[in-house]
Design a protein around this ligand. Structure first.
Ligand code: ATP
Length: 351
């Protein structure tokens, strides 16, 4: 993936509306981003089930070409059929473009009622290996193997990403989460690499926790965590758990970073139960859009989106159903846009 801009100077970004609630929440994110005045040129591409149905291929060549050219994408969820059909497109894209770091900031919002207060943690998940390497086979009928791959290279790389992020963002602690008491070789290697990397960041506290104990502590004392460093599978599961601490999947954004590009996407999936009904909470996609703006250097525009989102949630007047209200996707998007104030007409907001 390579960064690109179009002839009129607007930065080109691949836009993947995706499946299920994807088109609804991505349209909301685009409307909010456009209201900041930052000029982007959206290169819209189909993928997943939508592309499979329309073009017979869930990962069309045009999509890959666009990603190679722009180096950055805002993406909706893509449907992957469980246990059959084509493999996960999400995993495929992350591996193809070597987007090795998945980052999910999880913060409490005033106005979103959950049993947990003041949660402010960041999940950093390794994105390219572990049980997601896709190495599964049948040994004999009734006996299958899935292979967990952990390498020192990928483990050091994700640990460095987590520590560098923590340093840059003024965080205080990185907790490596593992099951090395059982998987002594694989998780043992992951921990060894995290320890090595931690020694180069003396100002940051480094802790280790076994994944089951960490899950319990996350729901008894979530404030004890700051930056969480996890392998792929634990990261996937713990991300959803963490989303539950702050109001659910509708409010947690995410990003996949590589050395040469990034794809921004919410933690949630296609939510087929509410797809097409205008009920989806667009906040996770909107905040993923804010992360995209930050990545492109538009810090002030990103802050504006975050502040407006916080205001709307705090007022409690416009909440979607998942947050206990009755607002539609459109109403919540309009409320966020209104809270942002008048549309900015120039892109001169780089902070
Ligand atoms: P997939 O198979 O694509 O992961 P899923 O339904 O298994 O889809 P999610 O899409 O992550 O998993 O959704 C889990 C639950 O959370 C669903 O009941 C869904 O309605 C709810 N949910 C997810 N995202 C949102 C959202 N943005 N707004 C409201 N509810 C949501």
């Amino acid at each position: 993936m390579r960064k690109g801009s179009s002839s009129n100077g607007a930065r080109a970004v691949t836009l993947i509306p995706g499946d299920g609630i994807g088109p609804e929440v991505i349209a909301a994110a685009v409307a909010v981003i456009e209201h900041t005045g930052v000029k982007l040129r959206w290169d819209e591409q189909i993928a997943g089930m939508t592309a499979f149905k329309r073009a017979g291929n869930p990962v069309p060549e045009a999509l890959l070409k666009s990603l190679r050219a722009t180096g950055v994408a805002l993406k909706g969820p893509l449907e992957t059929r469980v246990g059959e059909g084509y493999r996960s497109i999400n995993v495929y894209l992350r591996k193809t473009f070597n987007l090795y770091a998945n980052l999910r900031p999880v913060r409490s919002f005033q106005g979103v009622h959950t049993p947990f207060r003041d949660v402010d943690l960041v999940v950093v998940r390794e994105n390219t290996e572990d049980l997601y390497a896709g190495l599964e086979h049948q040994i004999t009928p009734g006996v299958v193997e899935s292979i967990k791959v952990i390498t020192a290279r990928a483990s050091r790389r994700i640990a460095r990403f987590a520590f560098e992020y923590a340093r840059r963002e003024g965080r205080r602690c990185v907790t490596a989460i593992h099951k090395a008491n059982i998987m002594k070789l694989s998780d043992g290697l992951f921990l060894k690499c995290a320890r090595e990397v931690s020694s180069a960041f003396p100002e940051l506290r480094y802790e280790e926790q076994i994944v089951d104990a960490a899950c319990m502590r996350l729901v008894t004392d979530p404030q004890a965590f700051d930056v969480l460093l996890l392998e792929n599978l634990y990261g996937d599961i713990v991300s959803d758990l963490c989303a539950g601490l702050v109001g659910g999947l509708g409010v947690v954004p995410g990003a996949n970073y590589g050395d040469k590009g990034a794809i921004f996407e919410a933690v949630h999936g296609t939510a087929p139960d509410i797809a097409g009904k205008g009920l989806a909470n667009p906040i996770a996609a909107i905040l993923s859009g804010a992360m995209l703006l930050e990545y492109l250097g538009h810090q002030q525009a990103a802050r504006r989106i975050r502040n407006a989102t916080g205001e709307v949630l705090q007022s409690g007047n416009t909440l979607t159903r998942d947050l206990g209200g009755s607002a539609t996707t459109r109403q919540m998007t309009d409320a966020i846009i209104a809270a942002m104030g008048p549309r900015t007409s120039s892109a001169a907001d780089r902070a």
